[in-house]
Design a binder for this molecule. Sequence first.
Ligand code: TSX
Ligand code: MN
Length: 623
Amino acid sequence: MSCCCKALEKITNPELKAWVKEFAEHTTPEHIVVCDGSQEEFDRLAEGEVARGSWVKLDPVKRPGCYLVRSHESDVARVEKRTYICCKDKNNAGPTNNWMDPTEMRKIMWDLYAGCMKGRTLYVIPFSMGPIGSPLSKLGVELTDSPYVVCNMRIMTRMGDAALDLINKGAEYIKCYHSVGAPLEPGQKDVAWPCAPMEKKYITQFTDPGEEAIWSFGSGYGGNALLGKKCFALRIASVLARKEGWMAEHMLILKLTNPEGKSYYVTAAFPSACGKTNLAMMLPTLPGWKVETCGDDIAWMHVGKDGALHAINPENGFFGVAPGTSKISNPNALHACEKNTIFTNVVLTDDGDVWWEDMGVPAPAHGIDWKGNDCYASKDNPKKMVASPDGTGEPIKAAHPNSRFTAPAVQCPVIAKEWEDPEGVPVSAILFGGRRPSTIPLVNMAKDWAHGVYMGSAAGSEVTAAVISDQIGQVRRDPMAMLPFCGYNMADYFGHWLEMGKKIAADKLPKIFFVNWFRKDADGHFMWPGFGDNSRVLKWACEAIEGKAKTKDTPIGIMPTDDAIDLTGCETTPETLHELLTVDIEGWKKEVAGVKESWEKFGDRIPAELRAKLDEITAALNK
Ligand code: TSX
Ligand code: MN
């Protein structure tokens, strides 16, 4: 790099320019590009990756504007072990986060960044989380040496000139540092997916007031590298939200409209593998009901002038798990990724299309699996692929279980017209949930806000295929589905939730529900059909919001009576529904004890008001 003045001329904010120059001088890239966010820029970068043999352009008729990318086999998911919250006081990170002293971490990572962009291009990505210019949006600038990151950020955020304009005019922004950590020596041939070994990977959030920043090194994948998403919109935003009096949550946002035409906005937080994206785009089986999507992963919520809680989706696209996405589970997601989509680690078919497990279409006769190897339709099981050309042998996972589609939100056929409303949508209901094969009923409404916060703190999923077999059947607690994403002490986060309940107008407090689509019977069969039939539960929730639902008061909350859930046209029998709505008192005593145990690591930092809720439920169960 000779002089970067020309490349940086679009940056008129002197502070931003100085920062980019400093990082460029330290990382020594060959070129610097300030990204404008245009389609031409996306096409140029994508075609560059195709030309060098890294990406594959998919069939322009079947998948216009789409690409397939295969990551390195070691770089396929978020790396929680390598994710740190860095603040002066370790207690502010809390017992659920990895912590390191900020000065120590800056030293380690600054050394790693030295010369790390040699032979590469430094891309400057200005972006907005949330609609450009919305009072609820936040700006960031990611510096990266990965064209994959640039192209994904263009889909997942509002990236480019409009965001840079705001920053040039002096708007605040979060500095996001990223490198794949794979410098190129002169003449050295690049690999398809550059990244660093695990022990050099770091995903770091600096969270002390005024020092909020993200430093990421060594990984090019998803949440490790697309820094607007988990690092900014959840970890950093949760810290800013507490400071500024709002909420940054791991929640979908949906718009539900009843047959009378009345709409409700619902947010929902579930641990991974509970089908959040599916619920966000659901096709209700109840006639006349409609679900439209505002977001599938993150909600930023503020108390509006009207006293109600307003939610915006800070993202611009979906970074969805591909396997399991089918015409049955989520036809709208399939439509969203028909064009202009980046597929990562799925199967490439011979006709230039993609395939993954449980896509709902038979496996292709031949394909290239996520590792780049040939794979073949299984003779025994047309839904699976095998490594052997004769179609025999054990099925393989031809698409990686964490393979993804990155698709623009506007391509979702049921995107709500309000999804980009700069004021956000007023939230009427908040759902928590998890995969709980026993004990937890189909639906249960909190008696008040604090009880709802208790419910959120108790969320989690039962461990199914744990490596450690003695964990099977245990609940892995994932409070508010924020365990990997809360940027500060989770006990303080519960306290912030309680505080927010006091800021929202009493008559506009969202009702809080705990749902469980995953109850199993003695034979291990799912008892609730789930998917579009979840609209039956949402219908009851709307009636409860209106104060018109048939309810029963129970020790654990307010539940539907057996006849309160509309089963018209549903395969579920009244007997099964009765079981799904029965409180298992003994099971619940164990459940509450489990929640209490999960709080132990927080010591006396758990808010007294929350402890009181647990004691209240315990007392009611023992009556
Ligand atoms: O996404 C799911 N949802 C929410 C949908 C709006 N899934 C998939 C979870 C993995 C990401 C579900 N799986 C749901 C659900 O409500 N419920 C279940 C469990 C289940 C699976 C299959 C059937 C019934 C329930 N039935 C048949 O396979 C025929
Ligand atoms: Mn998520």
